[in-house]
Design a binder for this molecule. Sequence first.
Ligand code: 4NP
Length: 144
Amino acid sequence: MKILFVCLGNICRSPLAEGILRHINSNIMVDSAGTSNYHLGSPPDRRMIETAQSYGIDISNLTARQFTTEDFNRFDKIFIMDNENYRNVVALAENESHIEKVHYTLSKQNNVPDPYFGGKDGFIQVYEMLHEACQTINDEIQER
Ligand code: 4NP
């Protein structure tokens, strides 16, 4: 099972989700990407690295990259954070089977909010949301 997490910048939400899921189950192939090219080649946001570190998760060596159409073929499931990510990813799909791979990390009604322009609380809230979501994703993979 190959899982890809996607957010906008690939420096806050999706690298954290990647780190958490890998921490929960090191056998899962997991990666992350952003729909934008804003932070290509950058490590995760320092505030997110520190938040992850406080929960024993090291995401400091990850590097931002942009989501591409090729990712639909390389991954089994693509988990997006919010409605904007959903639109941006689906816009690059070439067929129905690509679209079927796109899932909300939480749900259409319950987006994982972008913490970038907010304070530290937002980063902790995102950690809690993504930790719970990754437990659920791992449980679902185990049941297959
Ligand atoms: P992310 O957060 O999508 O969770 O990585 C963001 C990071 C940077 C920007 C937006 C969101 N930005 O506009 O630069």
